[in-house]
Design a protein around this ligand. Structure first.
Ligand code: SIN
Ligand code: FE
Length: 304
């Protein structure tokens, strides 16, 4: 008899915290507003099954892969500057698209402020992205392939330890879910991969920043996170055998997650909005739960 490797799975309630919120701007009619921050910082996904993002009639035509340039696949918007990138259309289309994506940013910000009021003053706004392409059709190199389990770390945007907090909404008009895998707890990811990261080379990081390859200097923390991101994506056996849960976020639902801590992979789905925020570790309710602090404990040195 051939022994079959069975993947371990946690009970989904250990991975997702379901919240009954039906309105982006509150008030917070939820089952557990005070604990939302604890669940999130512990590495759970906050899941809002009935919080959708309504599109106006004239916006529905943007639910097509053709509105994003073929190479980028996603439309990107910077709420700080108002610049829209990788969008295809007439000047009128682009201005309507910009308003639509800007409205998503405002909604995501209002939700986070209502649910996580202690973060409000420290929260920095990152990019908004609109993703009208089907994930399953993509063919990408392992480092760029988000169908492989990973924690987020961006090669050109070092965070120096700031948290990456993301809000996602599935706006699929045909009821198609956004199919994710959620991997093992961060401590386990660290146990499996931190020891395999090559030594940090400070002068190299300075050089990358000096030639403009990174927006700021890549710190020892960024180096560790980026290497863990790449190594876990490239490890086929890990991808197959690591503890993981599958979950399909239904059309018309929203979820919030610290993607720098929660191992995740997006396997299928089309038409999604995503808002990125950055949060300094000092603004967390419990900063010992930050990947920066967890990695500093493991490596016994400050990762600056
Ligand atoms: C990711 O953050 O890895 C991708 C999420 C998605 O597009 O569903
Ligand atoms: Fe990701």
């Amino acid at each position: 008899m051939v022994a079959r490797m069975t993947k371990r799975e946690r009970d989904i309630s250990e991975v997702l915290e379901t919240l009954d919120v039906g309105d982006w701007r509150g008030p917070a009619h939820t089952n557990m507003p005070a604990d939302a921050v604890t669940a999130l910082e512990d590495g759970k996904v906050l899941y809002f099954p009935r919080l959708g993002f309504e599109l106006a009639e004239k916006e529905r035509r943007f639910l097509s892969p053709e509105v994003a340039d073929a190479k980028a696949k996603n439309v990107s918007f910077d709420p700080n500057t108002g610049v829209l990138k990788h969008a295809v259309g007439s000047p009128e289309d682009l201005s309507i698209m910009k308003l639509m994506i800007g409205r998503y940013y405002e909604s995501a910000r209002a939700l986070v402020q209502m649910l996580l009021p202690n973060y409000a003053n420290a929260l920095e706004t990152g990019r908004t992205s609109f993703r009208p392409s089907e994930i399953a059709c993509r063919r990408l190199s392992s480092k760029k392939d988000d169908t492989r389990l990973h924690v987020d770390a961006f090669p050109s945007t070092p965070t120096a330890g700031k948290r990456i907090l993301r809000v996602f909404t599935n706006v699929n008009p045909d009821g198609q879910g956004r199919d994710w895998r959620l991997g093992e707890p961060f401590e386990e990811v660290v146990r499996a991969f931190a020891g395999r990261v090559p030594h940090y080379f400070g002068a190299g990081a300075f050089l990358l920043s000096a030639i403009g390859a990174t927006k700021s200097r890549r710190t020892a923390y960024d180096h560790l996170m980026l290497n863990m991101h790449d190594t876990m994506k490239a490890d086929e056996a890990y991808q197959r055998n690591a503890e993981q849960n599958r979950f399909s976020f239904p059309a018309g639902s929203t979820w919030i997650v610290y993607t720098d801590r929660v191992s995740h992979a997006a396997m299928g789905g089309q038409h999604l909005f995503e808002q990125t925020f950055y949060l300094p570790v000092s603004a967390m309710a419990d900063s010992s739960k930050a990947p920066l602090r967890i990695l500093e404990c493991v490596t016994s040195c400050p990762l600056v």
